[in-house]
Design a protein around this ligand. Sequence first.
Ligand code: IMP
Ligand code: MG
Length: 175
Amino acid sequence: MIEIREILFDERTISKKVKELADRISNDYAEKDLVLVCILKGAVVFTADLMRCLSIPVVIDFVRAASYGASTSPSRGIVITKDIETDIKGKYVLLIDTIIDTGETLDCLLKKFRERGPLGLETVVLVDKKPRRTVEVPLAYKGFEIPDRFVVGYGVDCAEQYRNLPYIAAVEITK
Ligand code: IMP
Ligand code: MG
């Protein structure tokens, strides 16, 4: 069982922030061949909103990454379980996730994508759970910072539920 404890970011607050980030991206990537890479499944809602606020042409693609090993184990690894279909060589790539926690997912995807020869490779995250970071990840575009709290909504799940909530809320997991 989970209990919604507190709405951290409501629909209006998120929408305003998404527009701000999109304006910066449209500005920075004008005249560039931009590929948006949505990290499934959590970034689906954020990507859909962000891309509709962009004023520049973009290509979108999707990647799915899964982690194995306990989150605290040093042998934790990330594998791509669904890869993008776009050839990113010579293109500008923006990796999109709704929330960054330890940073392992983005760090691993950055490393794997860098080997494919993009001209540019940067990240966009809406929510940064900074106190949990174990690996440094450059965040070119960042929406909000939160303390170490478990959140759901706006694409982010708890056991695959709550992704459809239009807001981001902190939850308490009870038995
Ligand atoms: P990282 O590799 O530890 O940075 O994990 C990033 C992924 O963990 C995100 O894409 C989310 O799927 C998931 N995640 C991190 N924090 C939360 C949370 O508070 N609630 C739900 N999922 C989370
Ligand atoms: Mg999840």
